[in-house]
Design a protein around this ligand. Structure first.
Ligand code: PLP
Length: 507
């Protein structure tokens, strides 16, 4: 039998405060005091044998705080009359045992130790999902990042001369080789690439852009806003649906710094439309001695049609069509880490690299470490489809997803019980990140519907929440009265983990 511990100071205070009304001695107050008296003192809990493994793992400071928080919580509940002694404790065991405090403290510590950034299953059907981290990197990139994290590297050190180097030198030749550009540099993301380019080349001057290309990309990237932040004046020409070469021509003046084209990544206009293509615009710019900049957005380095994917202009084609400067993302179709790549004419890139904002927007060594091996994969186009994770996911045949759905269905239906019915259904995936928004890739997955009558909306939301509460949250999508799990982005060993996890679904 554990002897009842003496009350600590705080416990006595809590006991006293409950008697403020002067009704000391009433049954309630006496019961409360008895309950509080049964709780162990913090010092005894932290000194207990049970606490030692926690101290080894989390350190004394955190363990002490968790024990205090547990006991404080119990006292508050006791005073509010909502605290129940441990239902599992046998009659002769202390209802507020040290083991029970340790248990609760351990749960708190575990929850606090979980990373805020967690792995999830992306079953949305959108491969390059901006909210889920966009491109997944191939093993080569992962190994390079681990090495850069754990070993010193020649980030800004010229191994040939032993002098200070430039971090861009590590990668710019490779980018030029793959794009046909004269020079290149890399910054934090494509938004930074556009901001920096405009700041360096067009501050206090005019930039001519078609009204049909003044786009907003998700997450508050708007061409007119970036333009004003860069200190450039936006000179809009044409109309939303039609812009002609003569519109650009009429807007050119001595204040013009740049003609700009922006890829309409996330929307398409159809019907009575006219846009001026780069191969028409570039000669006009050259006539006036002005550069043309193209914000390509997703910017792919390979012709996607060779894998049956929809056409998207490559960076090389854009350079060849006469762009003097091209900006594009590292983590969209390119399939690398978050980065913004700027390629173009030597003198323009030199100006950009000299601008003070370049230092503020530069990439870290982890980005460079991850980007280089991804770029190198493009030297072997025949192997790219297998090796570049993004491309492999985008080109998976629907039959593979159908087979995976067939393997997952029994475990899923068992976890769902009678309340829901799951079926294997054809679906359409999207590339995502604004790339080719109207093109859909045939896929397959699990569609889950509410089995009962009515209340389907609420039942699906409940299921969606339960899937998100799994140890590795499952993110699907509700459409047409069903919760849809597109299996395109669950590959290899992940599939078994995905299926095994259904046993933990709590509806
Ligand atoms: C995605 C996109 C951007 C922004 O790129 P981030 O790498 O997300 O900063 C800018 N312009 C266009 C046209 C885009 O599609």
């Amino acid at each position: 039998m554990t002897p009842t511990p003496p009350m600590s100071e705080t416990e006595l205070q809590h006991g006293a405060s409950s008697d403020e009304s002067g009704e000391s001695g009433t049954t309630d107050a006496r019961a409360l005091n008895a309950m509080l008296a049964q709780m162990p003192a913090v010092e005894r809990v932290i000194a207990s044998e049970d606490a030692q493994p926690l101290i080894v793992e989390y350190g004394r400071t955190q363990v002490l705080a968790a024990i205090r928080a547990t006991l404080d919580g119990w006292r508050r509940e006791a005073q509010a009359g909502t605290l129940k002694p441990d239902a599992n404790a046998s009659a002769d065991a202390a209802p507020f045992s040290i083991a029970r405090v340790i248990d609760a403290a351990s749960t708190t510590l575990q929850a606090r130790a979980q990373s805020a950034l967690r792995a999830v299953f992306n079953l949305t059907g959108t491969v390059l999902h901006t909210n889920l981290g966009r491109a997944l990197l191939p093993d080569e990139a992962v190994r390079a990042v681990v090495q850069a994290l754990t070993q010193p590297a020649n980030l800004e050190f010229d191994l040939a001369t032993g002098k200070r180097g430039d971090r861009d030198d590590l990668i710019d030749e490779l980018i030029c080789e793959l794009t046909g550009a004269e020079a290149a540099t890399v910054v934090n993301n494509n938004a930074a690439a556009v901001l920096l380019s405009l700041s360096a080349l067009a501050a206090r001057k005019d930039v001519i852009v078609s009204r049909g290309e003044l786009v907003e990309i998700g997450g508050a990237f708007r061409i007119p806003d970036i333009m004003s932040r860069a200190g450039a004046r936006l000179r809009e020409v044409g109309t939303t649906n039609r812009t002609h070469l003569k519109d650009y021509e009429a807007a050119i003046s001595e204040r013009t710094a740049l003609l700009m084209k922006v890829h309409c990544s996330n929307y398409a206009i159809s019907g009575f439309t006219k846009t001026v293509e780069l191969d028409e615009l570039a000669p006009l710019a050259r006539q006036h001695g002005l550069p043309v900049a193209v914000d390509l957005g997703s910017g792919t380095l390979a012709d996607l049609t060779q894998w049956g994917l929809p056409a998207e202009p490559t960076v090389r084609e854009t350079v060849e069509a006469g762009a003097d400067l091209v900006t594009f993302s590292g983590d969209k179709l390119l399939g690398g880490p978050q980065a913004g790549l700027i390629v173009g004419r030597k003198e323009l890139i030199a100006k950009i690299k000299k601008h003070p904002l370049k230092r503020a927007l530069r990439v870290g060594k982890l980005t460079l470490a991850a980007l280089e091996p991804v770029l190198r994969l493009y030297r072997a186009p025949e192997l790219l489809r297998e090796r570049l994770t993004t491309l492999r996911l985008l080109t998976r045949p629907a039959q593979e997803m159908h087979d995976a759905a067939t393997r997952a269905l029994p475990a899923l239906q068992r976890a769902l019980g009678d309340g829901y019915t799951a079926n294997i259904e054809p679906m359409f995936s999207q590339i995502g990140s604004g790339a080719l928004p109207v093109d859909l890739l045939p896929s397959s997955g699990l569609a889950i519907r509410h089995a009962g009558k009515g209340g389907s909306g609420r039942a699906l939301l409940k299921l969606e929440r339960a899937l998100r509460a799994l140890p590795r949250p499952v993110i699907g999508r509700i459409a047409d009265d069903a919760l849809r799990l597109d299996l395109r982005c669950v590959e290899g060993a992940d599939e078994a983990a995905f299926i095994a996890q259904f046993a933990e679904l709590r509806l």
